[in-house]
Design a protein around this ligand. Structure first.
Ligand SMILES: Nc1nc2c(c(=O)[nH]1)N[C@H]1C(S)=C(S)[C@@H](COP(=O)(O)O)O[C@H]1N2
Ligand SMILES: [Mo]
Length: 240
């Protein structure tokens, strides 16, 4: 059986473990303190304060997802101010507006979303532009071997090898569950790497840079595996 990505010395990175510990203590504290007469709204208000420190996974969400962000607040972007810049070892650097991405051929990928924290959302449809199509559009130079993804939250980053990036189940996604990707889920544009754990799917995607080697991403610098393959992934396949 394939190994799950390692987080530091076998568990979640300290930051996240500490967050989850605080989450448990906080929720239990509220539940066992009836004299505070805390209702659900108070709980949510408390949660959103905690959110400012990055504990976004605390918020319950009926869809089975948790919202994650490594920063407290992220600017909202839409067709008036969104841009995806493709740079680095390419023949023609260029920038795409949201309308330009929408006008490109759209591909649908339906797969289970799986987070290393233990939650899963079965058969989730994403639609968007194949990353491979964007790479063909700009032309990868002969020195290009990997991709570095950056985000307009100003903090998160991710990576793929060029071979992984060219798979047909890797999308620059515009829609999730048949609706435009919401801000909370990383809209208007996020990466979706279907055969890998969801941490590879960078939210609020704003930069794609072709590099000569893999540059480890945000969580990868903090102990996650650079190759985030799901156990059932066809690692050497070409996608769908
Ligand atoms: N920019 C950014 N992208 C991110 C993250 C993040 O904190 N910031 N978290 C990752 C992790 S660990 C997961 S599980 C998913 C969560 O996506 P969701 O918030 O839409 O459920 O986003 C991934 N992409
Ligand atoms: Mo995750």
């Amino acid at each position: 059986m394939a190994e799950k990505p390692k987080r530091g010395s076998g568990g979640p990175p300290v930051g996240r473990r500490a967050m989850l510990g605080m989450l448990g203590a906080g929720a239990a504290g509220l539940a066992t303190a009836p004299y505070l007469q805390r209702g659900w709204e108070n709980f949510l208000a408390a949660a959103s304060q905690v959110d400012a420190t990055g504990l976004t996974g605390l918020l319950p969400n009926p869809g089975g997802f948790r919202y994650y962000s490594v920063v407290g607040s992220v600017p909202h972007k839409d067709e008036t101010n969104y841009a995806l810049r493709v740079t680095g070892l390419v023949e023609r650097s260029r920038s795409y507006t949201l309308d330009q991405l929408r006008a490109m051929p759209q591909t649908r990928v339906v797969h289970d979303v799986v987070c290393t924290d233990g939650w899963r959302v079965a058969k989730t449809p994403f639609d968007g532009v194949r990353l491979a199509d964007i790479l063909d559009d700009v032309g990868v130079s002969s020195l290009g071997a990997a991709i570095r993804f950056t985000c307009f939250d100003g903090a998160y980053s991710e990576s793929l090898t060029l071979e992984q990036a060219r798979r047909s189940d890797v999308l620059v996604a515009l829609n999730m569950q048949d609706k435009p990707i919401t801000h909370e889920h990383g809209g208007p544009v996020r990466l979706y790497v279907a055969p890998m754990y969801f941490y590879k799917s960078a939210k609020w995607l704003s930069g794609i840079s072709v590099t000569d080697k893999v540059v480890p991403g945000y969580w990868e610098e903090r102990g996650y595996a650079v190759d985030g393959w799901l156990d059932d992934a066809d690692r050497h396949g070409e996608g769908i």
